[in-house]
Design a protein around this ligand. Structure first.
Ligand code: SF4
Ligand code: SF4
Ligand code: SF4
Length: 324
């Protein structure tokens, strides 16, 4: 904002401590930006199109967690509504060790939220993911932002009070003027500590996902466990509304707009459905939106990974998420 940005879309801490995604146009609003808070009110990518429409010219910035960045890559790959931002969006990615469900976060109070923030900033793999973090976070594919213009990294270093500001996309340090906002270049040891922490957290979560495959709920051939999970579903579609990648793939099966639509072959709908699930960024906002307690994430995670395996999509490379 101080150096020619017109506006930034970011997580902003409210006076009561709750985080909301807001547009910052005045540098005086910057101190309230909190990209580390262990709470994700929504997948911020859902607001990006409106952000672009409201700011049709000038350079813009957005702060993203790794799952939100994966979502952005999928939409960019498919060319869905991101044209208005072409060439003028600066993406700032932030390491993420997990976030808490809305109820847990809101009820924690100021002291509880500060404790949770410290726990997650200093989190390192070994004891398993903190149990209270969202199920999506316990299964999260990769805790570091991949493909951002600038990355704020803390995994493996925050316990020593060190944040790393990492230029992305091959940008030279001089253009980002990092010398003005940092204490100087990171040491090789600090950089390798972060790399190690990222790979350990990712490996730990890969184990969590692998264990799901043996969970009787999902591995039984008769599907009774899975169907019992889904039996609470009222088909309200709140989960679909919360998904920035959903583009009506289930509307035929759900009968939405049926009278206006030419009926599409079931096979065509199944292909769209499998592409949507394979593109899933793992943000878990679908499950967060469900007020009926349907545990969507284990099911979506298993299905998404199986489809990607079948398609031969490298599971840890968000830039190569699924064919369109
Ligand atoms: S899904 Fe991953 S990136 Fe997203 S909030 Fe959870 S841990 Fe962070
Ligand atoms: S939000 Fe929950 S109840 Fe509503 S359609 Fe989704 S899973 Fe079903
Ligand atoms: S299906 Fe759920 S986890 Fe996947 S991108 Fe959509 S909201 Fe996120």
């Amino acid at each position: 904002l101080k150096s020619g940005l017109q506006a930034m879309l970011a997580p902003v801490e409210q006076p009561d401590g709750v985080i909301l995604h807001q547009v910052i146009e005045d540098p005086q609003g910057l101190p309230a930006v909190n990209p580390f808070a262990p709470y994700m009110p929504a997948n911020i990518i859902a607001q990006l199109d409106e952000f672009a429409q409201e700011h049709p010219t000038g350079r813009l910035a957005v702060i993203l967690r790794p799952c939100e960045l994966r979502t952005l890559h999928v939409l960019q790959k498919h060319g869905n509504g991101m044209k208005a931002l072409d060439g003028r969006l600066i993406v700032i990615g932030v390491d993420c060790a997990g976030t808490y469900p809305a109820g847990t976060y809101r009820q924690a109070g100021t002291a509880g939220r500060e404790g949770a923030l410290t726990d997650l900033l200093c989190y390192s793999a070994g004891d398993g993911p903190p149990k209270e973090i969202r199920e999506a976070c316990q299964l999260c594919e990769w805790p570091a932002p991949s493909g951002a213009d600038t990355v704020i990294g803390f995994l493996g270093t925050a316990s020593d009070g060190i944040l790393l500001v990492i230029p992305g996309n091959g940008r030279p340090h001089s253009r980002l003027e990092l010398s003005g906002i940092t204490d100087g270049p990171a040491t090789a040891e600090q950089a390798s500590r972060r790399d190690l922490a990222i790979s350990q957290v990712a490996a730990e979560r890969a184990v969590q996902r692998a264990m799901l495959a043996f969970d009787p709920t999902y591995s039984r051939g008769d599907l009774t466990g899975l169907l019992a999970c889904l039996s609470r579903c009222t088909l309200c579609a709140d989960c679909l509304d919360a998904c920035p990648l959903y583009n009506g793939e289930l509307s035929g099966m759900l009968g939405v707009g049926y009278s206006q639509q030419r009926q599409r072959p079931l096979l065509s709908e199944l292909i769209d459905l499998s592409r949507w699930l394979a593109s899933c960024s793992g943000c878990g906002m679908c499950q967060e939106a469900c007020t009926h307690g349907v545990a969507l994430m284990p099911f979506i995670s298993i299905v998404s990974h199986r489809i990607r395996q079948e398609l031969g999509v490298p599971s840890l490379d968000p830039l190569q998420l699924v064919a369109g």
